[in-house]
Design a protein around this ligand. Structure first.
Ligand code: 5RP
Length: 222
């Protein structure tokens, strides 16, 4: 059994928690893939929900399976958002954005009454900072934005995909920070970065009402 079995186990469990009539935010990633897979099954068996998606990838998978999309993404409040994470600590602070969808993920997360986070056990950490911290930045004068980030003492690199700069679904770039040490104060770091003109969003997620579901390699839940 592998990490993928853990991802499947928590994804499937989260899908069982979705209730009739809910407006559901759906995140992005290899764990969310399994959530959508199971949710499609439930919708085919009569579950009545609508959904908004943090990525075209997730939306395509869900809509091909018959999950209805909230028209034009014009939601104000969502009942729940289900998403993965790159790192999560015991206070449910998270680094997200490894899959390149952090801005839309944060819009879903902060519009939701609650979140269900689905991760395999490798994502649980005592302190955030081992994973790269993705920062979504505007294309316009991205050099100036990166210069400002670097002037604060951070190192990193602009994300590349097949020899070109990776572009988010919203057309932004991502600058991945290599943190030199664990993050002491998640909110302070977010505040420091988000005030830079040209930074659209950071991959630091905090102050959310989170239910955490952790899948183990043996295919069971923690
Ligand atoms: C995408 C994300 C993902 O939730 C995160 O990268 C985890 O992905 P995976 O489930 O594939 O490990 O934040 O932007």
């Amino acid at each position: 059994m592998t990490q993928e079995d853990g991802k499947r186990a928590c994804g499937y469990r989260a899908a069982e928690l979705i209730e009739d009539g809910m407006q559901v935010g759906i995140g992005t990633g290899s764990t969310v893939y399994f959530f959508i897979e199971k949710l499609i099954e439930r919708v085919k068996s009569g579950l009545n929900i609508t959904a908004a998606f943090s990525s075209i990838r997730s939306k395509n998978q869900a809509m091909e399976g018959g999950i209805p999309h909230i028209e034009n993404d014009l939601f104000t409040k969502l009942d729940v958002t289900v998403d993965g994470a790159d790192e999560i600590d015991a206070q449910f602070n998270m680094i997200k954005g490894g899959g390149g969808a952090l801005l839309r993920e944060k819009i879903l997360a902060t519009s939701s009454t609650k979140m269900i986070i689905i991760v395999d056990e490798s994502k649980e950490v005592a302190k955030l900072g081992g994973a790269k911290l993705p920062i979504e930045i505007c294309q316009f004068a991205y050099t100036a934005t990166i210069d400002k980030i670097q002037n604060l003492g951070f190192n990193g690199e602009i994300r590349v995909d097949q020899d070109r700069f990776y572009q988010t679904d919203g057309g932004n770039f991502i600058f991945d920070l290599n943190l030199q040490s664990p993050i002491d104060n998640v909110q302070a770091l977010h505040n420091q970065l988000i005030t830079i003109s040209g930074v659209v969003e950071t991959g630091l997620f905090f102050n959310l009402d989170v239910k955490l579901i952790v899948g183990k390699k043996d295919g069971t839940l923690k």
